[in-house]
Design a protein around this ligand. Structure first.
Ligand code: SAM
Length: 264
């Protein structure tokens, strides 16, 4: 079984960190401590897991690939503070913790960030595609960076070259640190506040979603906006009717930008 992962390098888009200096730099930047309750998503062959388990009080690993069990069993024998959940991190319940550590396939960055919005944690240390990391720290007005920046403070820690992994990914990677923001922290950031509200109600038509979000923004400032008043604010934005009839999940990046620029 173990040989399978040495030979079958494309299995499940798995890229394992092999550069010891990058592994150490990543784990050091996670600032782990003996009181930490951590969750590692996608432990793989356990190259990070072994050191994480030594530094924290408790570690829950969530791994989709049951074939990696032989590697994880070795770690479980070595550390009594590890629990393992086999399943898709996008579907399983992520237990409350203070640290989340993960290097998931870059193709599931968006659903994973959406999952994190609903999890209870203090800090997430992630390896992501550099393109996404840069778009977030540059505050790009596109769906995924906007979503991420409306819920988290984001710090890019360092970039990682493809050669640090085996097999090598085609793109550069980055370590980023996410710290959840409270809704009240966005009280003075109108656009981010409104987008955060709208991301939570993405199944509603944008028109209603936006009006309700304006009402919520007024509420946190101790004022009351009636439905009629919020409709008139919305009319003042002159956003195309076709866009207003869409749901958040169906908007293109260009349409996100149109709404962002229209908000005043
Ligand atoms: N953390 C290891 C490392 O850095 O060497 C492995 C990283 S590898 C890029 C991604 C890991 O996440 C693999 O072990 C893969 O099986 C696992 N994985 C991929 N998709 C997953 C999902 N949806 N839920 C849980 N684990 C997943």
């Amino acid at each position: 079984m173990i040989e399978k992962f040495v030979n079958d390098t494309n299995y499940l888009d798995q890229h394992f960190l092999i550069d010891k200096s990058v592994i150490n730099a990543f784990i050091d930047a996670c600032n782990l401590g003996i009181t930490d309750i951590a969750v590692e998503i996608g432990p793989g062959k356990g190259d990070l897991t072994d050191t994480i388990a030594r530094r924290v009080k408790h570690l829950t690993c969530i791994e989709i690939d049951r074939d990696l069990e032989p590697f994880i069993n070795i770690l479980k024998e070595r550390h009594s503070n590890i629990d393992i959940i086999y399943g898709n991190a996008l579907n399983v319940f992520i237990p409350d913790c203070n640290k989340i550590i993960s290097a998931l396939p870059y193709s599931i960055t968006e659903p994973f960030i959406e999952k994190l919005l609903r999890c209870n944690f203090e800090e997430a240390d992630l390896i992501v595609g550099k393109r996404f990391a840069d778009a977030v720290v540059e505050n790009k007005i596109e769906k995924l960076p906007l979503l991420t920046n409306s819920f988290f403070k984001v710090e890019k820690v360092f970039d990682i070259e493809p050669k640090a992994f085996n097999p090598q990914p085609r793109v550069m990677s980055s370590m980023i640190k996410l710290t959840p923001m409270l809704r009240s922290e966005l009280k003075n950031n109108f656009k981010k506040f409104v987008f955060r509200e709208m991301f939570f109600k993405r199944d509603r038509k944008l028109k209603n979603n936006l009006m309700e979000s304006l009402i919520e923004f007024a509420k946190v400032h101790g004022t009351k906006l009636t439905k009629k008043e919020s409709k008139s604010v919305l009319d003042g934005y002159n956003i195309d009717k076709d866009i207003l009839n869409k749901k958040m999940e169906n908007l293109s990046n260009e349409e996100f930008k149109i709404i962002y620029d229209a908000l005043k």
